[in-house]
Structures are given as C-alpha cells and as structure tokens.
Write a protein that binds this ligand. Structure first.
Ligand code: FO1
Length: 325
C-alpha cells in the first residue's frame, strides 16, 4: 500500500477494524478520527470513551473482553466513590482514571483536544495518528418519549433501553474539523477513507454532522468506503438495529449505505447479505462482499486487508463520487 488510510470510528465495534488496519498497514499508515459525541464531564473529569477505546485497543492496554477500559483493571476508586454516596453508574477503573485525570489537567492548562490526543497516543507508543474529529465540543443527545437524555445517560445509565424518537448532535453545526484530518483528507496521495462499522446514528452520525468534515469528504480525491455495521438484519454489537427501527428506518446494510451515499464511493457488505449487492449498486456505489464479523485478531486483519484492497481497486476506476460533484 502507498499512502495513509483515514478511518472514522466510534467505540468498540469500530476499534476492531481500526486494530486490523493498524496491524496490517506500515507504521504511520493509519490516521484515526474518533467520534466525540459520547464525550462528557463525569465526576469533574473529561472522559472520551471512543478515543480511549481506540487508544487502549491499538496499544494492547485494553480489556479485550469488555472492549472498553483497561486490562488488569481494579476498582478501588469506584468502591470509594460508592462509599461516599457518589455517582457510581459509570465505571472508571483505577488505571483508566489516570487517563482522565491527566487529560483533564492538560485541557484545563489550555491544550487543545487534538494535542492532548496526540500526546496520549505517542505516550502509548502508537505509530498511528489518533485525533478527535473536532477540537470543538459535539455532544450526542438522545430524544426519548420521556424527554432528552445525554448520551452516556442513555447508553450506560439506562442501558440503551429507552425507545428513541430522535438524535441530536449539539455543537455540530458550529464545530470545525480537526487539523490532522483536514490535512490528510486534502492530500491526493492518501490511499482512501474508511467509515468503520460503528453505529451510524450514534457514532458516525455525530461526525458526519460536522459540515467541514462532510465538505472535506466530498472534496477528497481518494476513494471513501464504509463497512456495514448490520449483518443478517441485526447489529454486530450494541443498539444499532433497535435505534434504526425506533426511527422507522429499515434495519439493513442498504439503509445504512443510503445514509452515507452522498459521501462514499463503495460499501462493504457481509457475505450473509450478498443478496443486497444490486440494491447497493442501485445507490450508485461500488460493492465488496466480505466476512465483516470480527471475533479474532486474524479476522480483524483479514477484513482490513479486504478494505485496503477495495480502496486500491476503486482508486484505479474513473467516475468516483468526487468526479460527480
Ligand atoms: N460502558 C458501560 O456499559 N458501562 C460503563 O460503566 C462504562 C464505563 C466506561 C468508562 C470509560 C470508557 O472509556 C468507556 C466506558 N464505557 C462503559 C463504554 C462507553 O461508555 C460506551 O461503550 C461508548 O461510549 C459507546 O461507544
């Protein structure tokens, strides 16, 4: 491969593909833009769940079973918080706590989020670039029949159970694009852009609501592809299927491809859904059928190779989406 790959990702599901890409690409080959819609201030600390999931997953510091937080974690801090009658619905492990404390300190000292992210990634020894998609706050708000919930209230405190009637991305309308992403997306020599198999409404939605990111993707001369988060009518992980059906959307790869169709050139469909290939092509998209369910590290690397090959193939074609705008 020549040229970097820019991957836009949410938390646990997206980080699996990000890990595959990280393993398969040469050092410096992966540029990861992370969703910030889940970020929040908790117990006075700045918590960035999707960024930290990527940081821990790529560096091998993460808990492989949970998918979030650190391996070999202990919970003395949470026990003590509980002992004082503090909020204990969101679990900050002792090792994980160090990340939030140092990040909060750096942000309060005036460092930009992208700088803080860069330092953490380097301190973890990563050769990938990791950046929040924006230095400006974007917060996902979930509208339910019983009122609005902040993202983590919905996702963790209420276990993603409430029926959703809408999703808003507060701050997205005025948010800028992180300079690292702006730089890479405007370079003609990048290998391409990948939208990870994350929740399209809760993880990818907050990023694509940032107008400068949409503009940069539309102007990008390298191919842009997305990987399906829906396989066989169900989500691989999390509430994606429920969210789509709550909002009266079809729970199918085609419905997800439709959400991205003005920004992407190609879509990666799971082998189980190969019957939907014509419908994907009807959206004006190229289609690649692959094994998208990633359980083992080998499967993560195999899907990464498939995506890289798809981008390389699209590169040689004329009539990419950018040729039409
Ligand atoms: N997810 C949970 O389901 N319960 C938790 O207590 C929890 C704590 C937590 C702490 C730090 C962190 O980086 C992530 C954490 N997550 C937790 C995961 C996270 O809230 C969600 O998986 C993402 O926001 C969704 O992408």
């Amino acid at each position: 491969v020549s040229g970097e790959i820019v991957c836009l990702s949410g938390g646990v599901g997206g980080a699996k593909l990000a890990l595959g890409l990280y393993r398969v690409l040469p050092p410096g080959g992966l540029v990861l833009g992370l969703n910030t819609g889940d970020d929040f201030t908790h117990l006075g600390l700045e918590v960035w769940p999707d960024f930290d999931t990527a940081l821990y997953t790529l560096s091998g510091l993460g808990d492989r079973e949970r998918g979030w937080g650190r391996a070999d974690e202990t919970w003395s801090f949470m026990d003590a918080v509980r002992g004082w009658g503090g909020e204990d619905w969101f679990n900050l492990g002792d090792r994980d706590l160090a990340t939030h404390v140092l990040r909060t300190q750096a942000l309060r000292a005036g460092q930009r989020p992208a700088e803080v992210a860069d330092r953490l990634a380097r301190a973890a020894g990563l050769t990938a670039r990791l950046t929040p998609v924006s230095d400006d706050p974007v917060r996902t708000v979930i509208d339910t029949a019983d009122g609005a919930l902040a993202f983590q209230d919905y996702f963790v405190r209420h276990r993603a159970q409430p029926t959703i009637v809408g999703v808003r991305y507060e701050g997205a309308e005025t948010a800028g694009l992180a300079s690292v992403l702006d730089g890479y997306l405007s370079r003609p020599d990048i290998a391409g852009v990948v939208i990870a198999p994350s929740n399209p409404l809760l993880s990818i939605g907050p990023m694509l609501a940032i107008e400068p990111l949409r503009r940069a993707l539309k102007a990008c001369t390298a191919p842009v592809v997305a990987v399906t988060p829906i396989v066989g009518g169900a989500a691989i992980k999390g509430p994606t299927a429920q969210n789509l059906s709550d909002l009266s959307m079809e729970v199918s790869p085609v419905a997800v491809a439709g959400l991205y169709s003005d920004l992407i050139d190609g879509f990666v469909l799971d082998a189980k859904d190969r019957g939907q290939e014509p419908a994907i092509r009807d959206l004006g998209l190229d289609c690649r059928v692959a094994q998208t369910v990633m359980t083992t590290d080998t499967e993560k690397c195999e899907l990464a190779r498939e995506v890289i090959d798809f981008l390389a193939q699209l590169r040689t074609r004329s009539g990419l989406r950018h040729g039409r705008v």
